[in-house]
Every structure is written in C-alpha cells, then in structure tokens.
Unconditional design. Structure first.
Lengths: 100, 187, 371
C-alpha cells in the first residue's frame, strides 16, 4: 500500500512543472495549459488527502474545481480569441500595450 | 494501489506534464496534457474516487481539451521555432525558483503526519456516485447552486467575448478587401 | 490466482476478436444490404487470377468483401502527405479505434456460466460504474477524428475534422442525457445489474424490457449514437459528394482500413448499447436461470449451460437486428445539412433529454411512494 505522502509529493512535482511552464513559455495557449496542469496537481492532492481522512469532502471540492476550471477555460479562451483578433499574435511578450 | 502501479502512473504523469510544458508544437502539448489528465483520472480511480476519476476523463480530457483544440485550430498556431535568444537569464532564474519551490513543498509535505493511515480501508460506498451526490446535495448545496450560476455566466461571457461583431473596425483587412465591391471593372 | 487471470485474459481476447470480426462481417452486410435496398446485386465477384471461374466454381460475393477487400486495403501503399505531421498522421486512426474497442469491455454478453466450481460472468470487466466508463470512452473517441483531420495538411480534411469534432461533442450531450435517464430508471450504473433487472414479466406475459419504461431515451440513444459514429444521415464530416472524403481524405491503405473498422465497430457499439439498455441485453423472454416459465404455467427445465448459451445467442441476434436497422437508415435517408444537424442536436435532443430526465425523476418519486 502506498503511503499518502507519495501522492502529495507527486502533486507537488506536477505543480512545480506547471509553474515552470507558466514562467518559461511565451505562447499564451501553452501558458493556459500549464495552469491546467497546476489545477490537476491540486486536484490530486485533494483526492489523496480526502482518501486519507476517509471523507468525501475532498472529492466534492475536486468536483467544484473541475467545474470552475471548465468555466475558466471557456472564458479564458474567448479572451484569447478576442486578443488574437485585435493584435494578431499569441506571444505573451508582444502583448505589452499596458506595460510601462 | 500497489507500489509498482503507482510508480508507473507517477512516472507517466510527470513525463507527460514535462511534455506539456516543453513541446514546441501546441497540438503536441495538448496531446501530452490529455495523457496527463487521463493518468490522473486513473490515479483517482486507484484512490477509490471512482466517480470523480471518470468525471475527470469525461469533462476535462473529453470536453475542455477539445475546446483548447478548437482554439488552436482557429488561431492556426504553428510549431514554435527554437526559443528566441536572450532569455537565458529568465530561464536560469525560473529554474532556480522552481527548484526552490519544489524543495519547499517537499520539506513541508514530506514530514507532515500523513504517512500512516493510508492503508485504512475506505468506508463502504466511498467514492460511489450515490455518496458523492448525497454529500453534494446536502452539505454543499449552496456551492452547487452558485456553481450553476457561475457556469451560466461563463457561457454568456464566452459567447459575448468571442462573437465577431460585424462592424467596419473589427473586420480583418482581408475580409474588408474581399467585401469591397470591385467597381473599376464594371463599367 | 493464475487461473483467474487466465480466465479474464480469455474473456478479453474473445471480446476483442468478436468485435473485430463482427465489424468485418458488417462490411459485407452493408454492401449486400445496400444492394438489396437499392435493387441491385452488389459486389459478388472475386477470384485470384481467374482460377475459380476457369474450373467452373460459382462466384462468391462474400469472398470479395471479406477476404479480397481487406487484403487490398492492407497491401496498398501507405503514404504521409507532404507537410503533414507524421507522428499525428500515423497515430490518429489508432487513436480513433482504441476507445471504441475498449468500450466493449464492460458490456455483459450473458449471464453467469458455471464451470466446475467457478461462476464466470460473461462480461470482460465487472465495473460498477460501467455507464460512466462508456461516456468517458465515447468522449475520448473525439481525438482520433480531430487529429486525423488536422494532421493531414489538407483543407478538406481539416474542414471535415472540425465538423466531425463539433458534431461529436454536440451529440455527446444527448447521448449522456439518454444514458442518465436509463441509469435513473434502474438506479444503478452497472450494466449487468441493469440486464438482470430486465428479467421477469409484467402482467404475466410482457417482458420487462427497458423500451417500455424509456421509449424517448431509446430514440435519443439511437439518434445520438448514429450521430456519434457519423453515419448517414449525419455523415457530413465524411460527405463523399462534398468534402472528397472529409477527415480521412489523406489516408490510404492500412490506416484507412482502421478508420473504416472504427466506423463499423461504432455501429456494433450503438447496437450493443441499445440492446443492453432497452431490450434486456441477454434476457430471453420467459427464460430464467432454471428454464422456461411460459405464461400459463408451462415450465421447461434446462441445464445451466444451455441457458447461458441461449442468452448469448439472444444477445447476438438483438445486436444484429440493430446493426441492420442502422444500415437500413443509412440507405434510406438523405444527408442532413450542417445547420440542421446542429439544430437537431442542440435545440432538439438537449431539451428533450432534459425534459425526459425531469419526467423520469417525477415518476420515480411518485412510484416509490414519495417518502
């Protein structure tokens, strides 16, 4: 039987991979996908700890996180489409209109 | 879940997550992300969270990722060239910070008193759709109702943002040129 | 322990082999069936260098379709178009076929078989959340088509792929709502339990099949299933008169054979789902585990093995009837236009499915005494 800290460690590793993706990639869609990796890492931690405590709360929270991630993906991708239509680029470095 | 299965699934999840953040072609990134999501769904099922595992496969890997795929098509994203030079400092700092974050998380979580007790047998019906529904509709009813309104707002917002407004300003130059009637040839 | 593993492996192999064989036989069904409907003869000539004809053997049509056709497909040149993504182009057909085949793992083909002291259920994987598993695999099946269309570097393929993806994700909702209604009616996600619950009779003679309880869900499953497998009248993504061949324009040889096999395996899948959910699965009317109990009190005792085999045969017959129904529909109806298709999916099936779920819930609460 695998101790619970292994699952949480896996969740930490996936989270860090997601963070590295957000910082290092320039393409907005790939940044978005890295955010999804981070969300899934957190879901894994929730389910693992919920299983450890024997309570269903972890899974219910994962259910809500999934729903919110779906809503966020829809709206975020719509924003990216609008930005692309106006600026013709998805490179995060070139979208610097509001920078000083 | 036996250790061998866990090691295999963990390795698969980490390798496909690395593939997601490292691939140059966005569609390859998406495929790697789908593999990550399905691996995590299998891990959920191994942790007795059966319903949530299948929901992860249905909702996340089956619907949200198809949405991503559609946007990649619409934007016609090609594979990126070799990363632009001059980002070495950024990459070094980012690498250091990521390693720092990883070390911090390990220190906090590994010594947490959660190593024991994972062998506990799950309560009867744990993770089944009946128990999930009971908890959802009794303890978390308000959150459930608010989430449904959130989804409605997201649908309306996404359509409003992504709609093409048929005005002269928003029309792309190629379309404007195509729509302009050619008068010079009709004498 | 090892014997258990062996039995599971044998069941899995039998399921996969049966499905692939049935997909191949359906190809012949389709050609001869369409010929029957269109008042012509269909493909009926096959010979190797004219040998059969020279020694006077009659022409055998099914030899053409079952042997010569696959042989031709697999020995054709397999090319990847210029500028296409080689990895995705090669992966897409198998990505399309794999989810369809693994869906058959949870389908119950029969009741238990008692060999010696073991009781073996005729189901490759006894999963208690089988209905969710089916929805998950149908959801994954979108990727093969999507990537096949995109990876071909061909605008008709891309257009076909985009249309196919949009169509599949739209009708998944109708499919899911139909399955939800059935799950609510039987109170379980497990397919074997659903088949067991469809045994017995009402009023002494009417079999307790699901179609009597959920007729609207049956229609929705039939329509959504045919739309998911992109059969006519929903075959705009591969419309032969419009998009060359849609998303599998740039596929030839073995990969095209795999795409075709996906098409036919999905026909079998939809037929199997309809059988299990609405027509009792392996239940034969008036047949119980110890023999026949006809209305009127007549009782035939039968050995357990014979009962299991009768159940299996009944399942196959029902599946073939629904495969035939889908082939019949294909060669009768013209193709839907794309906006008609989308309108049917979103404005027709989704509200109907939701209304069905609400009515089912009300009836269940009222029938159980409204505690």
């Amino acid at each position: 039987m695998v101790p619970m800290s292994y699952f949480v460690a896996l969740s930490a590793v996936l989270f860090v991979i997601g963070v590295a993706g957000v910082i290092l990639r320039r393409n907005i869609i790939v940044i978005f996908m890295s955010i999804e990796v981070m969300l899934n890492a957190v879901n894994l931690a929730f389910v693992a700890l919920g299983r450890r405590l024997g309570s269903m709360d972890g899974q219910v929270i994962v259910f809500f996180v999934m729903t919110v991630a779906a809503a966020e993906a829809a709206v975020g991708l719509a924003i990216i489409l609008s930005v692309f239509r106006n600026r013709e680029t998805v490179n995060a470095d070139e979208l610097n209109l509001m920078r000083w | 879940m036996s250790p061998g299965v866990f090691i295999f699934l963990a390795a698969l999840a980490v390798i496909s997550a690395l593939g997601t953040v490292a691939q140059r072609n966005p569609v390859h990134c998406l495929l790697a992300l789908v593999v990550t999501l399905l691996t995590i769904a299998v891990i959920f099922i191994g942790l007795d969270a059966v319903t949530v595992g299948f929901l992860q496969a249905i909702v996340y890997a089956g619907a949200i990722m198809v949405l991503f795929l559609f946007v990649i098509w619409l934007l016609n994203l090609q594979a990126e060239l070799r990363s632009a030079p001059g980002y070495l400092a950024l990459k070094a700092i980012a690498g250091l910070l990521s390693a720092g974050l990883a070390a911090e998380l390990f220190v906090i979580l590994w010594h947490a008193p959660s190593a024991a007790g994972a062998q506990a047998v799950a309560p009867a019906g744990y993770g089944s759709i009946g128990m999930l529904a009971t908890t959802l509709f009794s303890d978390y009813l308000v959150a459930f109702e608010i989430t449904s309104i959130l989804l409605l707002a997201a649908i309306v917002g996404a359509i409003a943002l992504a709609r093409r407004i048929p005005s002269a300003r928003a029309v792309a130059p190629v379309q404007a040129a195509a729509e302009t009637p050619v008068r010079s040839e009709v004498a | 322990m090892l014997i258990d593993l062996l039995i599971e492996a044998i069941k899995a192999i039998i399921v996969v082999v049966m499905v692939l064989n049935l997909a191949g036989v359906l190809l012949w069904f389709e050609r001869k069936g369409s010929a029957l409907i269109q008042d012509r003869i269909g493909a009926n000539r096959a010979s190797i260098t004219g040998l059969g004809q020279r020694i006077g053997l009659p022409n055998l049509g099914f030899v053409n379709t079952l042997i010569a056709d696959p042989l031709k497909l697999f020995t054709k040149e397999d090319f990847v178009p210029e500028g296409a993504d080689k990895f995705l182009h090669g992966l897409a057909p198998f990505l399309a076929l794999f989810p369809v085949i693994i869906t058959f793992a949870v389908v119950p083909f029969g009741d238990v078989v008692k060999i010696g002291s073991r009781t073996i259920t005729l189901q490759a994987a006894d999963v208690s959340s089988a209905a969710l598993y089916i929805l998950a695999t149908i959801g994954i099946g979108v990727y093969g088509v999507a990537l096949g269309g995109w990876a071909s570097n061909n605008r008709w393929a891309l257009l076909g792929g985009v249309r196919a993806t949009a169509q599949m994700i739209s009708y998944e909702i109708g499919l899911g709502l139909a399955i939800i209604s059935v799950v609510m009616t039987y109170g379980t996600l497990d397919l074997q339990v659903m088949c067991h619950a469809q045994g017995g009779v009402w009023f002494g003679f009417l079999p307790r099949w699901g179609i009597c309880l959920q007729p609207i869900a049956f229609l929705m499953l039939l329509i959504a299933g045919m739309a998911e497998s992109k059969r006519v009248p929903f075959d705009l993504p591969e419309g032969e008169s419009e998009l060359v061949a849609g998303y599998f324009t740039e596929y030839s040889g073995g990969k095209q054979a795999v795409f075709m096999m996906t098409d036919f395996a999905e026909i079998v899948l939809v037929a199997v789902l309809i059988t299990v959910f609405f027509f009792g699965g392996w239940q034969v009317p008036w047949l119980y585990r110890d023999g026949f109990h006809f209305p009127g009190g007549i009782h035939f005792g039968l050995p357990q093995l014979l009962v299991a085999i009768l159940g299996l045969v009944a399942f196959m017959i029902k599946t073939i009837v629904f495969c035939w129904l889908q082939i019949l529909i294909r060669w009768t109806l013209p193709r839907f236009r794309y906006d008609q298709l989308m309108r049917l999916g979103w404005k027709g099936l989704v509200p109907l499915g939701l209304a069905n779920v609400v009515v089912t819930a009300i009836v269940i609460v009222l029938a159980s005494g409204a505690h």
